[in-house]
Design a protein. Structure first.
Length: 281
């Protein structure tokens, strides 16, 4: 009987439900605590979370309980999977990988837990690549290789109105050095070595977004790439950014505009925007 490899990720991957369903990717929800209400992040209304952040309410996040991973793995095994590749948000940002590894020890089929050392659609595209490899009949080694290659070559470009939300959540990493940025100077960030890191300081929102697009276009330079524009709350910018990228990246394989997971948005703050450039290998 040929191997069937199931692919699991977590909600920080920002995968739209239709995409996850199309590729049969299991998504385990990271937890959110807002005003004493503790639940899976997808059970919260995004608008309510944005308003709570703007009002200065305390909002915290937690990794999934190992039990959530266990039952997701069990369901995959019951559906005929002979092995699982479970790929997750950087261990320097969350203990999600640790919870997945704890659950993996209790499952009767092999579970390969990967620390992506990234998040957002860099993780999402890695999960898609893994699922494609699995659908093509690849064994666990080929599925893992597909995921790891995407993680290693994908890049996150992130715009935030302020670093305050990252500071509150303790996820600021090397970008700590930018905390003194003046109000009119907008920070651009990336993910490096598994944590949020500074990229540039640009005066004004429009210049910052233009700079982010330039960086994404340069990064995609000449090779085929999947590109995602990620937003936390609708703005006037994400569709125009998407149009600019489509116009300036002729070798683009696939493009999409997606909503940031509520947990990521809680750390980046309202108005955050991101561009993921992920080469197609």
């Amino acid at each position: 009987m040929p191997a069937r490899i199931a692919v699991i990720t977590d909600s920080s991957s920002c995968l739209p439900d239709l995409v996850a369903s199309r590729w049969a990717i299991g998504v385990v929800q990271i937890q959110l605590n807002l005003g004493g209400h503790f639940d899976d992040e997808n059970r919260f209304d995004r608008g309510d979370v944005i308003e709570a952040l703007r009002a200065g309410q305390v909002l915290t996040t937690s990794p999934p309980d190992p039990g959530a991973f266990f039952w997701t793995y069990q369901e995959a095994a019951a559906s005929g999977a002979t092995a699982i590749v479970s790929i997750h948000i950087s261990g320097r940002m969350s203990d999600t990988v640790r919870a997945a590894r704890e659950a993996a020890q209790q499952v009767r089929i092999p579970v390969h837990v990967l620390d992506s050392r990234t998040t957002g659609m860099s993780l999402g595209f890695a999960a898609i690549s893994a699922a494609r490899a699995a659908a093509a009949g690849g064994d666990a080694g080929r599925v893992i290789e597909a995921a790891e290659r995407r993680c290693a070559t994908s890049t996150e470009f992130i715009y935030v109105d302020t670093l305050e939300y990252l500071r509150r959540g303790g996820r600021i990493g090397a970008a700590q050095a930018m905390l003194g940025t003046a109000f009119s100077i907008k920070p651009l960030l990336t993910v490096k070595d598994g944590e949020v890191a500074p990229l540039a300081r640009v005066p004004g929102t429009r210049r910052a977004l233009a700079k982010m697009v330039d960086l994404a276009v340069k990064k995609s330079g000449g090779f085929r790439a999947d590109i995602a524009v990620t937003r936390f709350g609708a703005s006037d910018h994400e569709l125009e950014i998407g149009r600019q990228i489509e116009r300036r990246v002729p070798a683009m394989a696939e493009s999409m505009v997606v909503e940031a997971s509520t947990v990521i948005g809680a750390h980046l703050g309202p108005g955050a925007l991101g561009i993921t450039v992920s080469p197609v290998n």
